[in-house]
Design a protein around this ligand. Structure first.
Ligand code: HH2
Length: 282
């Protein structure tokens, strides 16, 4: 299966080169309430400035999110999300050479983002709305399929699995097969175990410990451990912005295991981590 995975992923107008190892996806939350940077980039100008900085720092993709999915967060209307996302995407695609992805499971938001120039869809519900899958297929775009148990409102109430690694992997393989039925070729599919989405500390650790099993599936893997609560639980650091070294440990482990993309907030710091791991691994 690994043979299907080329080192360079190309799609209309874009390319990602994995030949030297993993790449970073910089998080750009245009929200007032995200768990670690809520409000910091809610203003369009500041959001664009931060996106430009992450690209200059070495981020290979900028991931624009307009709705917090932290545990207990409430959904935001599509109209409001479009209002938040579009000016930021339009400004970024004019100024940077790297792809902009839209972090959404909402068809209307995805469609508006693609019209504004976004060229990748990061769907935390793994194409729960089939129209998002067809949109990605018809537009020849890559997609990220993430696993979540429950919804952001309920997911941390009592997450339960018999075998978390097996169940999460099986779910992602099923969704990836479905994505191919929509017409998305397998090399454009990224699978993501969804660290922190309906998972206890133990579940998150098991998923990270076994991240190689996801890599061996033949699909490219994306992981998003950045600043998350499991790092606070281990280190005692309540403030997500103080979880950079903890994030670095998880990023290094994932990079060494062959994860293709790490979704991170602290691009300037994590680029050094991945450069070192990639150099050792090459
Ligand atoms: N995590 C978050 C949001 N989107 N997408 C993928 N593919 N994988 C992840 O692990 C992931 C994600 C949550 O982080 P953040 O965007 O910083 O927080 P919030 O949801 O509060 O905006």
């Amino acid at each position: 299966m690994k043979g299907d995975r080329k080192d360079i992923l190309t799609w209309p107008g874009q390319r990602l080169d994995f030949s030297k190892g993993c790449l970073l996806m910089g998080v750009l939350n245009v929200t007032p309430d995200s768990f670690s940077d809520g409000g910091q980039y809610f203003d369009t100008e500041r959001a664009v400035e931060h996106g430009l900085k992450m690209a200059a720092d070495g981020s290979a993709i900028i991931d624009v999110g307009t709705e917090s999915t932290r545990p207990g967060a409430s959904p935001v209307s599509a109209d409001e999300q479009i209002k938040r996302a579009i000016p930021v995407i339009e400004a970024l695609v004019k100024k940077i050479g790297v792809p902009v992805s839209i972090d959404t499971y909402n068809f209307e938001v995805a469609k508006a983002a693609l019209n504004a120039g976004a060229s990748m869809i990061n769907d935390i519900t793994a194409l729960s709305d089939e129209r998002v899958g067809r949109l990605a297929a018809d537009s020849y775009l890559p997609v990220v399929l993430m696993h979540m148990q429950g919804t952001p409102q309920t997911m941390q109430k009592n997450p339960h699995y018999k075998d978390v690694v097996l169940e999460v992997l099986q779910f992602l393989l099923d969704r990836a097969a479905k994505a191919q039925q929509f017409g998305i070729p397998r090399e454009r599919i990224f699978i993501d175990p969804g660290i922190g989405f309906g998972k206890t500390l133990e579940h998150n650790l098991l998923l990270l410990k076994n991240i190689d099993k996801f890599v061996k599936s033949g699909y490219r893997v994306l992981a998003g451990p950045s600043r998350k609560r499991f790092i606070g639980q281990i280190t005692g650091r309540e403030n997500p912005r103080e979880r950079i070294f903890g994030t670095a440990a998880a990023v290094a482990l994932c990079a060494a295991a062959g994860v293709s993309i790490l979704r991170v907030h602290d691009v300037a710091e994590m680029i050094d981590v991945t450069k070192v791991v990639n150099s050792i691994n090459c």
